[in-house]
Design a protein around this ligand. Structure first.
Ligand code: FES
Length: 70
């Protein structure tokens, strides 16, 4: 995974809870699913406006994690 500006770990993806991309990446690494991430960070529990972006990120990270690295 490369860290372009788009992948900035300090970018806040959920402004209701202040959850950053980096925190979500960390929680996925710990094996948390979307619900666990929401419970832990408060993301997705406010306006719901971040739902699409966060679920997409989580799905992508989970797919990357389950793909064996060469
Ligand atoms: S921006 Fe995430 S719940 Fe509002």
């Amino acid at each position: 995974m490369c860290e372009t500006d788009e992948e900035n770990p300090k970018e806040v993806l959920c402004s209701c809870s202040g959850t950053t991309r980096g925190l979500i990446i960390e929680l996925v690494k710990q094996g948390k699913d979307l619900e666990g991430i929401s419970r832990y960070s408060g993301a997705l529990s406010g306006c719901g406006g971040c739902e699409w972006e966060i679920s997409e990120l989580v799905n992508r990270l989970q797919a990357e994690n389950s793909t064996p690295k060469a």
